[in-house]
Ligand binder design. Structure first.
Ligand code: ACO
Length: 432
């Protein structure tokens, strides 16, 4: 649309006009979907920059993968509501959807499932020489991050990121091998021998078997489905910290294993992937139903936060939290109720009727209930972020692939607002 033109039936022009008061120069540019191009500023003055730490107002890319409306509490993958995918789909089908834009037909899904399940094995040296080299009490997520980067060294062709066959192969390998790596890191951390993948099993059942099999073990179908639903819910969330790391590192044309290792490193941080762990620790500290009111009063007076509440983008109930809550009910039917559930439910009830939380639009996020499920399934809290990283791998890869196909993208290289010293002369050591 031409700048300044009125939309049909609209009374306001879909444009923005910026005036540089220093020079009186003005530019008018179109607003598309709530976004205008920074080229407008370059037109005004090529040395003028926007100071936007944490990218609060910056759209760093165009993307057609995930739609998120934080005010309305909407999340869609490729247009499909997360609620429908969680009810009807599987993680592998969703992975295909995120990567290729459409749900697979029967033949495509069969081939995709076959391809993923036949890339689940890992080179023996990864375990014998690499994972076995970690200290006995290494954090599983620390191992996972490094193992991802190390994995790339087994596939020199992964550097050919513009070769479509190689790119597809690395995507398959990463999706297929992350559960194997995760289980390997866990079993090492508790001193259990590694258990090889079983390609006859579904993606979540294979992961759960590699995690827990000691002697006889069969995955309960409810637990298998719950794991799959949690994988679906965590598969993508547009330009979060980890995905942004994937895009930034990928923009230098690094191989996908190195880029995914940087994305996983971002996820490792407690402000990103670590919140579900913090929720379980918080509920354990509260300890009893009777201490909930006092805890809420403490939070309101500034003593700590209600973990698992609030979100940078969602100013409404996180749609994933609702599904996780339903999934928790199904899991607890099998495992028995997590004793922390009552505390969590009471916290939610109190917070959602308290003006402090209501006025600030603080609602439960995806992490509020997920940790309770993981704990009921037997996962130690150290594994929670790894459980997030496994399904998020496909989100990272879908964004990486989209970026490489986007002609607008170049190497990421933000500018800075320099606030340091002006030019000064070097002073010799003895004269300082
Ligand atoms: N408990 C109590 N008060 C809170 C909480 C909370 N969980 N979250 C925000 N607030 C308050 C803030 O103190 C602030 O109050 P003020 O206006 O009186 O100063 C107001 O709500 C706005 O909060 P901000 O910190 O400005 O919100 P921001 O968007 O920067 O932070 C965040 C979002 C980091 C998620 C925050 O809500 C939080 O720390 N929540 C707890 C941790 C958590 O659950 N993280 C998981 C997020 S989901 C994910 O990453 C997968």
């Amino acid at each position: 649309m031409k700048p300044g033109r009125l939309l049909k039936g609209s009374r306001v022009p879909e444009t923005i006009t910026i005036t540089d008061d220093r020079t009186g120069k003005t530019v008018t540019v179109p607003i598309n979907d709530g976004t205008f191009s920074s080229a407008a500023l370059r037109e005004l003055d090529k040395n003028l920059f926007i100071y936007d730490p944490a990218f609060l107002s910056t759209a760093a890319c165009r993307s057609s993968i995930t739609y998120l409306d934080g005010d309305a509490g909407i999340l869609r993958y490729r247009g499909y509501p997360i609620e429908q995918l969680a009810e009807h789909s599987t993680y592998l089908e969703v992975a295909y959807l995120l990567l290729y834009g459409e749900l697979p037909d029967e033949g495509q899904l069969k081939q995709w499932t076959y391809d993923v399940t036949h890339h689940t094995f890992i080179h023996e040296n990864m375990r014998k020489r690499f994972v076995d080299g970690f200290h006995y009490d290494a954090h599983p997520m620390g191992m996972f991050v490094s193992a991802l980067a190390a994995l790339g060294t087994f596939y020199p062709e992964s550097k050919d990121i513009f070769d479509p066959d190689s790119r597809h192969k690395q995507i398959l390998r990463l999706i297929a091998k992350t559960p194997t790596l995760a289980a390997m890191c866990y079993r090492f951390s508790v001193g259990l021998p590694f258990f090889l993948p079983d390609n006859e099993l579904s993606y979540p059942a294979n992961f759960l078997t590699m995690m827990w099999k000691v002697g006889e073990y069969e995955v309960h179908p409810t637990i298998e489905r719950a794991m799959d639903v949690l994988f679906i819910l965590h598969a993508d969330h547009e330009q979060n910290c980890g995905t942004t790391a994937m895009r930034v590192v990928g923009s230098s044309q690094a191989d996908p294993y190195s880029a995914a290792a940087s994305a996983a490193s971002a996820l490792y941080g407690p402000l990103h992937g670590g919140a579900n762990e913090a929720v379980v620790r918080m509920l354990t500290d509260i300890g009893s139903f009777d201490n909930v009111d006092a805890f809420i009063e403490d939070v309101k007076s500034g003593k700590g936060k209600l973990m698992g509440f609030g979100h940078r983008v969602y100013k409404n109930y996180d749609p994933r939290a609702r599904i996780v809550k339903q999934t928790a009910d199904a899991v607890f039917e099998v495992t028995g109720k997590n004793p922390l559930l009552d505390i969590a439910l009471k916290l939610e009830e109190v917070a959602l009727s308290d003006p402090y939380f209501v006025d600030r639009k603080l609602y439960p996020n995806v992490d509020f209930y997920s940790g309770l499920i993981y704990q009921a399934l037997g996962f130690p809290v150290d594994m929670f972020t790894v459980l997030f990283a496994i399904p998020r791998t496909v989100g990272w890869l879908a964004h990486w692939d989209e970026m490489l196909n986007d002609s607008d993208q170049k190497i990421s290289r933000p500018r800075q607002w320099y606030t340091g010293a002006g030019e000064r002369d070097y002073v010799k050591l003895g004269d300082r």
